[in-house]
Design a protein around this ligand. Structure first.
Ligand SMILES: *Cc1c(COP(=O)(O)O)cnc(C)c1O
Length: 407
């Protein structure tokens, strides 16, 4: 096998340069550990960006993939296939929605949700002058529609003009949303817990206020659960912990536990807004990826993943809270279940990089100053202890314990 340096050199000559990658070549995974091509073991608190909910190499899950690969991979949406029907039924049951459309990614799920909103408004008014309210500091994906509702100037600037009729309110500031509502507003879109933006859960007051605003003005509430959904907060979907229900929601990341699948779901009027011909996909919901999602949903139920997340999530929150007490460079700990963030008074990038290369601990950042913790949902408290130990080693090495090094 080629060595690490040769592989990285080839990669840099091959791929379109849109990423700055860490200099590690991963080879395989087992449980909550990843192994590089020199067989060094890494504790994984990133889960491939909140994807690998069941960890690596789960026997029951991989067997389902192998069986489906032998049977049927793809037929297109011109025909029916059983795995997609089963996955769809299961997803509707846990999401309390009426209809589902399977996509290949999160960004495509957002595209579908936006098309529902626009179609819904067009059905009502017969005109094309609509407005959608999205949130500042949000992230919804990289395709042009999703980018249009992503409240991040840095990502948007090189690609303008984007979709018209998008305005941005401040997350967790109900007055800022109210100030933007007018008779053209057809939908409000937000993450239930802002992920990439730095792990900000919606406050109960805010999300309930937005729901009420939508009801009063005949607007759709669209919740992006791509990162915070699928058990990560300790609820199957984060909104279920607030006592509000969206009209439209998006899922992806952990839905396939590593195979590319997302979905947009809708209930009530929103579930009828689009008609045959309005939307489609070649791969979306093919038997292979839906067999995976179907097995993921079975395993969530059988192993009661959400209650495990509640328990370990509380433990993680306690431990991170203690770091915030101990280290002046740690500003605060935020999050729910197994989506937590540690905001630093300094850049998170160097911490994440040192953790990976010197402590064999996979962490990811969110925003400039936040370390994000989105481990496989099957981690145990002992893994939390090990992670904290390694993270403290880094804090000590970087002298983050002393006030003088604060930025
Ligand atoms: C990751 C993410 C997306 C985009 O998903 P992709 O599969 O990368 O297209 C959208 N919304 C949220 C909240 C995400 O975290």
């Amino acid at each position: 096998m080629e060595n690490k340096e040769q592989l990285i050199e080839k990669a840099e000559q091959t791929f379109y340069k849109t990423y700055n990658r860490f200099p590690v070549v991963f080879h395989h995974g087992k449980g909550v550990y990843l192994y590089d091509n020199e067989n060094r073991e890494y504790l994984d608190f990133g889960a491939g960006i909140a994807v690998m909910a069941l960890g690596y190499g789960d026997k029951e899950y991989t067997q389902a993939l192998k069986d489906q690969a032998d049977q049927l991979l793809h037929v297109s949406n011109l025909f029916y296939n059983q795995p997609s029907i089963e996955a769809g039924e299961k997803l509707l049951r846990v999401s309390e929605m009426d209809r589902v459309f399977f996509t290949n990614s999160g960004t495509e799920a957002i595209e579908g949700a936006l098309k529902i909103a626009i179609r819904y408004a067009y059905n009502k008014t017969g005109n094309h002058d609509h407005q959608i309210i999205a949130m500042k500091n949000s992230f919804h994906g990289r395709s042009l529609g999703a980018l249009s509702v992503t409240g991040n100037d840095h990502y948007q600037e090189p690609f303008r003009p984007l979709l018209p009729g998008i305005v941005f309110a401040e997350f967790n500031n109900l007055d800022s949303v109210k100030a933007l509502v007018n008779n053209k507003t057809c939908a409000i879109l937000m993450e239930t817990v802002q992920g990439e933006g730095g792990i900000y859960p919606a406050t109960e007051e805010f999300i309930k206020g937005v729901r009420k605003l939508c009801d009063e003005n005949n607007m759709l509430l669209i919740l992006d659960e791509i990162q915070c959904g699928m058990g990560r907060t300790g609820e199957m979907f984060a909104w279920q912990g607030y006592g509000v229900k969206p009209d439209v929601m998006t899922v992806a990341k952990a839905l396939g536990n590593g195979v590319p699948i997302g979905a947009f779901l809708a209930c009530g009027e929103a579930a009828k807004a689009m008609v045959p011909g309005d939307h489609g996909t070649t791969y979306g919901g093919n038997p292979f990826v839906t067999a995976a999602a179907s097995k993921v949903l079975d395993i969530f139920k059988e192993r009661n993943i959400t209650s495990h997340v509640k328990e370990v999530g509380e433990y993680l929150h306690e431990k991170l809270g203690a770091l915030a007490e101990k280290y002046p460079a740690v500003k605060e700990c935020r999050g729910k279940g197994l989506i937590q963030g540690l905001e630093l008074n300094t850049a998170a990038g160097p911490v994440v990089s040192k953790a990976l290369l010197e402590e064999r601990l996979v962490l990811i950042s969110a925003g400039a100053n936040v370390i994000r913790f989105v481990p496989p949902l099957v981690i145990e408290k002992s893994h939390v202890d090990l992670m904290i130990e390694r993270l403290e080693n880094i804090f000590e090495k970087m002298s983050l314990s002393s006030e003088t090094d604060m930025v």
